[in-house]
Design a protein around this ligand. Structure first.
Ligand code: BGC
Ligand code: CA
Length: 337
């Protein structure tokens, strides 16, 4: 009899324990992150920082998932998180022109969404009140890239290797249709021309933000133009690094290299600036963006006031870009330690 009673008591205690655990788990804030591609180094640096910040908060459960470049996969991931009662969902869209499904599902469940990095058009972002965007101003990065290049060329006239008064260049572009690819390309070139430098476009290649695609495409362009290229503009550091790899593997003597510049200030990008292979980069402040995403998620989950975020148009947070050259690269390398 005593044995039976003891057994019953243990089961009851166990069940109460389970119940408490379930209640405890239910009281925790759940934040979901879905990013477009785990092979993108900038996005992975950004997402790991969001996770790190959230994991430091008490009572927060964080789950991040890779959409593997498929919008339908991402839609399914968001739908699962909504069914699992997530409080806030952070979405790095696969297709920035196709957020409608995610928005309507979130609205039906009344769960706020913070979109980041891949910017949806304002009409979509404004289609429901609980939608936010965290990123940066693409035009600013193009302007800064153009300024680093024009300042450098003015100080180093030898960049114009054939001394024809023009700078022969190629440009490596990110994904077609991505706001950063379109705007960075236009503004960077415009800024260099506005500074009085005559540009001569030899060619361009779309390398989708990707190092190995940029390497392959630069090799093709090098086989056509060889040492005639004087400047390689890249929409991001990964593609600039791909170009450097192509220059190295093609065996072109370093004195004959064109100048190369990227955007992002990823760890690898900063190291290339430090080594003198890139004349500079433009720091895309992933730390500020990640911290803003983490803080905003918590505030939304707790239904706190958003006043301190100074949201532009009630929805946008944009971190400023910064110029990085050999002069200040060490300051940025320190940030990553
Ligand atoms: C970054 C790229 C990245 C892309 C992904 C851009 O802002 O500069 O490095 O691949 O976002 O969406
Ligand atoms: Ca020239």
């Amino acid at each position: 009899m005593r044995k039976v009673l003891c057994g019953l008591l243990t089961v009851m205690l166990f069940l109460t324990g389970c119940k408490e655990k379930i209640i405890e788990e239910k009281q925790k804030i759940r934040i979901g992150i879905s990013y477009y591609d785990s092979y993108d180094p900038f996005i992975m640096e950004l997402s790991s920082r969001i996770e790190k910040q959230l994991n430091e908060c008490e009572n927060v459960i964080v789950k991040s998932v890779d959409s593997e470049k498929s919008q339908s996969t991402q839609n399914r991931q968001v739908s699962d998180m909504l069914s699992d009662s997530y409080d806030v969902i952070c979405v790095n869209l696969v297709d920035r022109t196709a957020p409608k499904k995610i928005i309507s599902m979130a609205e039906d469940s009344n769960v706020p969404v913070i979109f980041f990095n891949r910017e949806l058009v304002s009409q979509d972002l404004e289609s429901w009140t609980r939608l936010y965007y965290v990123g940066a101003d693409a035009g600013e990065s193009g302007k800064m890239q153009g300024e680093i290049v024009s300042d450098y060329i003015k100080e180093h006239p030898e960049v114009d290797k054939n001394q024809d008064g023009k700078i022969q260049y190629i440009i490596l572009e990110g994904e077609t249709g991505h706001q950063d690819a379109i705007v960075r390309t236009d503004v960077s070139i415009q800024t260099i021309s506005d500074a009085g430098i005559v540009l001569d476009k030899l060619s361009f290649a779309i390398a989708n933000w990707n190092r190995s695609q940029a390497c392959t495409k630069t090799k093709q362009l090098l086989s056509k133009f060889n040492t005639n290229i004087e400047l390689i503009l890249a929409n991001n550091d990964e593609m600039a690094i791909g170009a450097i790899q192509a220059l190295t593997e093609t065996g072109i003597a370093k004195e004959q290299w064109p100048i190369v510049i990227g955007i992002d200030g990823t760890e690898d990008g900063l190291e290339q600036v430090k080594e003198g292979n890139m004349i500079g980069t433009v720091y895309n402040d992933g730390i500020k963006q990640a911290d803003a995403i983490a803080d905003l998620s918590i505030a939304l989950a707790k239904n706190e006031s958003l006043d301190s975020f100074n949201l532009k148009n009630g929805r946008y947070i944009r971190s400023p870009y910064q110029k990085v050259t050999i002069e200040n690269v060490d300051d940025y390398l320190k940030l990553l330690q």
